[in-house]
Write a new protein. Structure first.
Length: 348
């Protein structure tokens, strides 16, 4: 039996702090926050790297989570310890329809002010009302939501594409995921000791969990990605070990993404820990020598991010959204290649 305070994922103080920081809490365990790239795209001031790499329309993206708690306390996380940590789900379970409807409502309410910006075009002001993508990654571990498959299906039925990010601590949840547009594993270090130091995981068997997650990633039919959050002078060595882990997970894509010196992470790192794009290019060139089945695809300078992809994808890094929705809503068998495209595809 859970104690009274454990029946809710957040305390009153946590709720107040999160609201002040621009989050909007939805139901008992979900939250939305407007991504900076959504605002920038609306004003015509650039697009996010997921637009550059895969064709996500940044101004039509809903950034949210279906669970506020996380099983790690990563030192590089800008969000710090505002949200709770836990090894297992607790508290009530809201329905997928409730979460989606209220998340979109809150997202649109938060965007109201930004639409009046002088650089926002009428076309984009209209388009932002039509959410086309959801980034399930805002904070916590959205994959732990017990109805995660149901909510993913509900998004796909509305022709909203889904990116789901996990830090590889819940392999049993990964095994359950039936359909998702792209599944991400964040791998924050290449050795057990370093992972413990950086992520400060709650689970004692965190290394085994991560390896199990990688094994499962290799068996997924949908598009998969390993994200390496690169912190200079911290986790940019051990190239052979990174290559081993990546081979195990066999993702379609590898994203090299610079650590950003913002928020709570400034307590642990210095601005010098942010790699330049040249540092990432150097890492990319070296790791590609060990991963001969991958190739360089693209980079996004403002985010200091680089995309590598499997050569067997034949540079089809764009998402064919119409195909994805047709496949997933008709229960057809498929592979990542079936909805990957060589040319940019619009999800209107
Ligand atoms: S895909 Fe990610 S970075 Fe791009 S707009 Fe959405 S939340 Fe922001």
């Amino acid at each position: 039996m859970l104690s009274k305070e454990r029946q809710e994922q957040l305390t009153a103080l946590q709720k107040k702090t999160l609201t002040k920081q621009g989050y909007r809490l939805v139901g008992s365990h979900s939250a939305v926050k407007i991504c900076e790239w959504t605002k920038k795209s609306l004003r015509g001031h650039g697009v996010c790297y997921k637009c550059t790499f895969y064709g996500i329309r940044s101004h039509q993206c809903l950034q949210m989570t279906t669970s506020m708690f996380c099983a790690s306390r990563c030192k590089f996380c800008w969000r710090g310890q505002k949200a709770p940590v836990s090894e297992e789900w607790y508290g009530p379970i809201d329905s997928p329809e409730h979460i989606i409807n209220h998340s979109i409502d809150e997202h649109l309410k938060l965007l109201t002010g930004f639409g009046s910006h002088k650089d926002a075009t009428e076309k984009k002001k209209e388009e932002i009302k039509d959410v086309r993508h959801v980034a399930l990654s805002l904070t916590g571990e959205p994959i732990t939501y017990p109805l995660i498959n149901e909510i993913l299906d509900a998004f796909h039925k509305r022709r909203i594409s889904t990116f789901l990010v996990t830090n590889a601590q819940f392999p049993e949840q990964i095994e359950k995921i039936k359909n998702v547009t792209q599944l991400y594993l964040s791998i924050d270090a290449a050795t057990k000791e370093k992972l413990k130091e950086i992520d400060r995981p709650l689970f004692k068997d965190f290394w085994e969990r991560m390896n199990k997650s990688l094994d499962l990633l290799a068996t997924r039919k949908y598009r998969t990605c390993i994200r390496l959050s690169m912190i200079k002078s911290e986790n940019m060595g051990d190239l052979e070990k990174y290559a081993e882990l990546i081979k195990k997970g066999s993702p379609d894509f590898i994203e090299l993404k610079s650590y950003m010196w913002v928020g709570e992470s400034q307590k642990y790192y210095k601005i010098e820990n942010m790699p330049y794009i040249e540092d990432l290019e150097d890492f990319s060139n070296k790791i590609l020598q060990l991963l001969t089945e991958y190739e360089y695809i693209s980079k996004h300078l403002p985010s200091r991010a680089i995309l590598l992809a499997k050569k067997s994808l034949n540079k089809k890094h764009w998402i064919n959204f119409p195909k994805f929705f047709d496949i997933t809503t008709s229960n057809k068998n498929y592979t990542a290649k079936d909805y990957s495209s060589k040319k940019i595809e619009s999800n209107k």
